[in-house]
Design a protein around this ligand. Sequence first.
Ligand SMILES: Nc1ncnc2c1ncn2[C@@H]1O[C@H](COP(=O)(O)OP(=O)(O)OP(=O)(O)O)[C@@H](O)[C@H]1O
Length: 293
Amino acid sequence: MSATPVLTAHGVSITYEVDPPVQAVKDVSLTLHRGEILGLAGESGCGKTTFAYGLNRLLKAPAVMTGGDVEFHDVDGTDINVVGLSGEGLRRFRWDKVSMVFQGSMNSLNPVMTVQAQLEDVFITHRPGMRKAQRRERSAELLELVGVDPNRLGAFPHELSGGMRQRIMIAMALALNPQVMIMDEPTTALDVVVQRGIIREIMRLRERLGFAVIFITHDLPLLIEISDRIAIMRDGAIVELDDAEKIYHDPQHEYTQKLLASFPSLRGERGDFVRLGHGETPVSAPTPSGGIA
Ligand SMILES: Nc1ncnc2c1ncn2[C@@H]1O[C@H](COP(=O)(O)OP(=O)(O)OP(=O)(O)O)[C@@H](O)[C@H]1O
């Protein structure tokens, strides 16, 4: 993992303009480094999703960004002011540079279109120069990347399990080789075994393709295992941000300590959840030092 920034948020504040107004995000600053997994943890309602939407310019009324900047530092050296994007610029930025996977995204697949048609749609919209054969080839390659048999390209969403559909959403988010993926509770709706399989896949893909991840969940034990750094959010603000190892062994903020204490399962070795299944041999997972365990 490098210490080169890929996405920077400065003093982001977001309010839902309802009566009375809800200030959901309060002056949040955060730097995501190229290739890192940054976990964002906090109780339900603390503002994680609102902040993630703000990062990717996905906020809709009544949510308003009342302050702050978001900057994307492209691999080609260009800095993009995300808050200032609109129209075509915004369309090109989303999915291409920063993509997003949500908890419920597996249900947002179109029920009357095959997987193939939905993957190809991404290319038709964003890569109009691509020929049909190239689109097909890339769609098959993407399914393979996320561990789904390319023979399933002709399937409709209802013919696939929840885990497979979520993998397909991850394939779509990967389609244009984004430099950042924002994952908001991407596996929460799935059972633990399927969840572990998908998380492992994300870790492997990250190793292979080098994108950075903002991984949002209230599941702190999971974040401790997979993240390089963790930000703890409470009531719209980040109260602590540090290396995962430090958050686990030496949390500074009282709220972080409380949050950790609320997970009695946090007793095993860091990495066990992802690496060790029932009787399985360990697979590669990043360690806090950035190496492979
Ligand atoms: N459309 C809305 N109108 C008014 N308030 C909202 C709206 N959406 C969210 N909020 C409020 O904004 C705050 C932050 O919500 P947000 O969904 O970002 O939290 P979260 O940490 O992602 O929670 P969860 O883990 O449950 O998804 C909460 O107080 C919530 O009630």
